[in-house]
Design a protein. Structure first.
Length: 196
């Protein structure tokens, strides 16, 4: 994926299979992901290669009053997947059963812990087949055990040729991936002004 800054006539390319974006709070890491995903538009920024991606932002789109299955099945149907439980069960099996689907499937989302909600959201997003995965603070609020499960799913996706852009405040996250490049937001040669 390559990003062009038309005003400054600079460009920045995401070449690594796993790209970690770091930077201080409020410096624009989430805005950068919003721009890469096409949610936020800047007429001075042109992006090439972002036509096959999925974006996991910091806020889950799940409804707390519905069960896990209702949220997940609705989300998967939007992507054209009609046999949602079988689809997720297969993905779960391929990844070493990181999620206890039997226990969680009929649970109300609002009764799950923050870490469990994050894991279900992450698991649903990563089950989809895209070329790029944009993940904004995917490990926030997860314990060490679930973080390890999530990292292993990302590794399997990378082995399958998928690419990632991950925003994280965890300084050690890059050490978990052998094909990772860390980008400090302050050194990225782009400037953007976005409009909603």
């Amino acid at each position: 994926m390559r990003i062009y800054d038309k005003i400054n006539q600079t460009s920045w390319e995401l070449e690594a299979a796993c790209n970690i974006i770091i930077g201080d709070n409020g410096t624009g890491k989430t805005t950068l992901l919003d721009i890469l995903a096409g949610i936020v538009v800047d007429d001075n920024i042109k992006i090439v290669g972002n036509d096959n991606l999925v974006y996991m932002n910091q806020s889950s789109f799940f409804f707390d009053r519905l069960k896990v299955k209702d949220n997940v099945l609705f989300f998967l149907k939007l992507k054209g997947i009609s046999n949602g439980y079988a689809y997720l069960e297969n993905f779960n099996r391929e990844n070493g059963q990181p999620v206890d689907l039997v226990r969680l499937w009929n649970s109300q989302i609002g009764y799950l812990s923050g870490g469990e909600k994050r894991l279900v959201y992450f698991f649903t997003i990563l089950s989809l087949d895209f070329g790029w995965y944009l993940l904004d603070e995917p490990f926030a609020g997860t314990d060490k055990k679930n973080k390890t499960k999530m990292v292993n799913i990302i590794k399997r996706k990378i082995e399958a040729g998928k690419r990632f852009v991950i925003v994280s405040h965890d300084d050690n996250i890059a050490n978990m991936f052998c094909v990772c490049k860390v980008h400090d937001l302050s050194s990225i040669p782009l400037q953007w002004k976005y409009k909603n």
